[in-house]
Design a protein around this ligand. Structure first.
Ligand code: ADP
Ligand code: MG
Length: 622
């Protein structure tokens, strides 16, 4: 028997793990299972690639058993195993340069160190969080002698020869107070399911089942040893795409969505090269019910080498893709990557950005089938529009995915379709915003555009109002809100300008009268059938935006005055010029303003005044 000392770094690491990861003690089981799985992977590889192991009896499995009375827990595998040299080199020393590096960065400042620890795998040593003594009994595949490595984690370990029937490794934990709960079925089963369900080898849990037989005095306790496979045993996303059928993907979706519905689409990516990772994403047929809650649940799970890491990290997807469900499995991340570090991790950032691109491309493909895309868009159009201001990098792609209602056509219109229909001399993409599609379709603001056969997009969602001003352009074409005063400017003809001049005296008179209620009065070129309309000044929020601001408690928005535009060619307006009676002139001017406000869905400040004036006019007319 030889006693050996841990490397100094191991002691440091042990100390750190025990004191900083204490609140996540259950992860020791994930680490041990992951090691067992790695050992099975290695032997599997050897049987496939090494002549010597070609006929080696390989029955991959992981067995977990416990003894509640003595507080012990065993994790056994039939993997590659370790000989004496391996035990010395792999356990009790730190071979991995990453970990060494990590230890060099330790500062002694516990908060900082806790952050750092997330960057590196804690691995085997985490068992000392729950055990005051650990034995590793191992026999290397192809060798006869087995060895037992033992330590109490206090700086020293010893290795002795021992017996083991087959190749593989057993980690035998003498649980401490802290780890006692793991010597039970309830303490282990859920942890295994949670973290290791998709380990591609079967994990068996051995436990004692107690049942009762007989009645009354005859009733007696019967104990029975049972063994259950706890995990699914297959990481579907790791299987080659060629081997998977649509049915397999759909079945798997049901297990991750805990439902019976089929997904709207799925994308499976197996990336090799500088970064090795697999992603399997699904878009649910129906938007998740919590999609519009600030504390929505993340739908993407992160795995590292098929070991579950987290399902509660919203950073795995941009918020505008929060409806996506699925899995990211990386080969290049450390198992114990912490939440703080996930956000700064460059590997993950790269996986994330290519995943986003991939998903957007997939959505684009979906658009080939108009009906399918409409179904998709009804569910997810709104969050995708959020992407227009959140994700500058993919703005072009997102603009291609965006759809709007339009004055031309009934259904959804894409910007590229709009572009194709533009008039030869048309310079902008015109849009109108407001609360209801129906109101928008009837807005007087559309009159001139209709006359000139220019298409206008009808944007009836709040989000459009927020997004379009920040997007500004589609390809090279500017977006122009026809709710604004200057949108009609580029469409003005010489004749329009002449008419404007003629209306000057009338406008002056109206301005004096209405100066407390409007910012300006102008002659309009955009109207044909209506006598008046309101628009907002270039940098003022539109009527709909004012509503949003008010609902956010910004009452200043209430003070913003509109611009009144009147149609100089309209019969009422041209006759108004000649009205001498000041009372009548005021009544009609105010009615022109109020009706323009009403049609825009604005609440009148003085509805009683409106009714009184209307009645006065009706009286005159009769
Ligand atoms: P990591 O798994 O990241 O390498 P660990 O601390 O978990 O770090 O394990 C250290 C090393 O010990 C492993 O790389 C492996 O060589 C060896 N090892 C641990 N558990 C087993 C096992 N069950 N079978 C074979 N080798 C093992
Ligand atoms: Mg490990």
């Amino acid at each position: 028997m030889t006693k050996r000392k841990f490397e100094t770094e191991v002691n440091q690491l042990l100390h750190l793990i025990i004191h900083s990861l204490y609140s996540h003690k259950e992860i020791f089981l994930r680490e041990l299972i992951s090691n067992a799985s790695d050992a099975l992977d290695k032997l599997k590889h050897a049987t496939l690639s090494d002549e010597k192991f070609k006929n080696f009896p390989f029955e991959p499995r992981i067995d977990i058993s416990f003894d509640a009375e003595n507080s012990t827990l065993d994790v056994s595998d039939t993997g590659i195993g370790m000989n004496e040299q391996d035990l010395v080199e792999h356990i009790g020393t730190i071979a991995r340069s990453g970990t060494r590096n990590f230890i060099e960065q330790l500062t002694g400042d516990s908060k900082n160190d806790l952050n750092l620890i997330g960057q590196f795998g804690v691995g085997f040593y985490s068992s000392f969080m729950v055990a005051d003594k650990v034995d590793v009994i191992s026999r290397k595949a192809g060798e006869d002698t087995a060895y037992k490595w033992s330590s109490d984690g206090q700086g020293e370990y010893e290795i002795t020869e021992t017996e083991r029937d087959t190749a593989g490794t057993t980690i035998h934990l003498h649980l401490n107070e802290n780890g006692k709960e793991f010597a039970s079925r309830w303490g282990t089963e859920s942890v295994i399911r949670k973290y290791s369900n998709h380990i591609p080898f079967p994990i068996f849990l051995h436990y004692e089942d107690t049942r009762y037989e007989g009645e009354g005095d005859e009733r007696k306790e019967v104990k029975e040893q049972k063994t259950d496979q706890v995990n699914d045993g297959s990481a579907l996303w790791k299987r080659s795409k060629q081997d998977l059928k649509e049915e397999d993907y759909k079945e798997f979706y049901k297990t991750i969505s805990h439902g019976a519905e089929e997904p709207l689409l799925y994308v499976h990516t197996q990336a090799e090269g500088t970064l090795e990772y697999t992603t399997l994403f699904y878009v649910p047929a129906k938007a998740p019910p919590d999609m519009y809650y600030a504390n929505y649940a993340s739908g993407v799970k992160l795995y590292v080498k098929r070991v579950f890491i987290t399902d509660d990290d919203k950073e795995l997807m941009p918020t505008y893709l929060r409806f996506v469900r699925g899995i990211i499995d990386s080969e290049d991340l450390p198992l114990n990557v912490s939440r703080e570090l996930l956000q700064q991790n460059r590997v993950l950032a790269k996986i994330k950005s290519s995943s986003v691109r991939k998903l957007l491309d997939e959505f684009k493909k979906l658009a080939d089938d108009e009906e399918k895309y409409a179904a998709f868009y009804e569910q997810y159009g709104r969050p995708l529009k959020e992407g227009l201001y959140q994700d500058f990098e993919n703005r072009e792609k997102l603009l291609e995915l965006a759809r709007y209602k339009s004055t031309k056509g009934e259904g959804w219109v894409s910007l590229s379709a709009y572009k194709e229909r533009m008039q030869p001399d048309q310079k902008a993409i015109y849009y109108i915003t407001g609360e209801k599609e129906e109101t928008l379709r009837q807005s007087p603001l559309l009159e001139m555009y209709r006359e000139k056969d220019i298409e206008v997009l009808l944007m009836d969602e709040e989000i459009d109002e927020l997004v379009i001003p920040s997007v500004m352009k589609y390809q090279d074409i500017e977006f122009k809100s026809i709710n604004r005063s200057d949108a009609a400017e580029d469409l003005k003809t010489d004749k329009d300008k002449e008419e404007e001049k003629e209306a000057d005296p009338l406008i002056g008179r109206m301005k004096d009268l209405l100066k407390d209620d409007v910012k300006d009065v102008k002659a309009s070129t955009r109207l044909s059938d209506s006598p008046s309309c309101i628009v907002v000044d270039e940098n003022d929020p539109t009527v709909q935006m004012q509503g949003i601001l008010k609902s956010l408690g910004q009452d200043k928005a209430a003070d913003i005055k509109p611009i009144l535009e009147i149609n100089p060619t309209h019969a009422i307006v041209s006759r108004l010029k000649d009205v001498q009676d000041d009372g009548m002139f005021e009544d009609i001017s105010r009615l022109l303003l109020d009706q323009a406000l009403l049609i825009e869905g604005v609440e009148l400040k003085n509805p009683a005044g409106f009714v009184r004036r209307l009645n006065a006019i009706m009286d005159k007319a009769l």
